[in-house]
Ligand binder design. Sequence first.
Ligand code: COA
Length: 322
Amino acid sequence: MPATREGVRGAVITGWGSALPEKVLTNHDLEKMFDTDHDWIVDRSGIHQRHVGGLTSALSIESGRQALEMSGVDLADIDALVLATTTPDRAVPATASTVQHALGLRCGAFDLNAACSGWVYGLINAHGLIAMGAEKVLLIGTDTLSNITDWTDRGTAILFADGSAASVIEAVDGPGQMLGWDLDSDGSAEKYLYAELGGNLLMEGREVFRRAVRIMVDSATKSMKHAGVSIDDIALVVPHQANIRIISASMDRLGLSMDKAAIVLDRTGNTSSASIPLALNDALDNGRISDGDLVLFVGFGAGMSAASAIVRWTTTAQEHTK
Ligand code: COA
């Protein structure tokens, strides 16, 4: 994957929002559903609880509305809505159309399925639209994996959950926040994690684990090379929230301590397309990202897909927008 060309028009994130279903399912709740226990789940995955319930459209509308309000953009100025999801409400039309109408937008709207790498794929696509002249893009990452989880299968039901997070991305004069990026997919590994149309997720957990660490580190390394930065320059990693041991092994191989990782996994489980932006929004809301910090997003998922991007954060994003 080539590096960003010199001179393309960049963008910055100017608003964000998060939405989780009200219903919380703890590990102790799962103990009543199949043979498992809280300590095993925490030890093997880092997850304590997850939120389940609701539709991809409804969660997207909630997070999208928050992000639009925070950015203060005029709804008529949004040029595109990109909805990263692997669990659309229906086969046709794109759930983005439902969300667009509910939010009062009139713009291009489409779903993007890159599994758990979806939001980073969407971020890079949004930058591509802006490089081609779009001014403002609403990017939402939402998944309702509870709808495609076999709730009797302890190998998968402990991990997957529902959630949504949105970002408003606005054009700037000049290069913007993104310094480097990478997209990848290895279709030969699709058999390790998939769901047939109308079916539930099937997974070979150990194989996914083994590959996940490798492809996260590989993609992050490519993004750093494209950005011309080294690991010592990274202030915060916002990784896909699949398993704390995957995050920990990846941080270790990258040469970073865990205090440089944004984590919401313990509270949310694996929310696929929502996982990275939920962790980003949590870090932002808790003051973990300062002006000028280099932030590394890195995700992996079914496909097996991988994606990463490095942005130089600016807390005064509005001042940079038109
Ligand atoms: N509760 C209790 N025991 C469980 C269990 C559960 N929920 N699930 C599996 N076990 C048991 C297994 O049956 C096995 O028992 P055995 O040794 O008697 O056969 C034992 O625990 C170990 O199973 P294993 O599958 O090797 O565990 P693991 O350490 O690999 O952890 C996962 C399982 C699923 C947590 C782990 O493989 C994983 O997270 N993989 C990555 C999955 C992922 O991230 N997918 C999403 C990608 S986007």
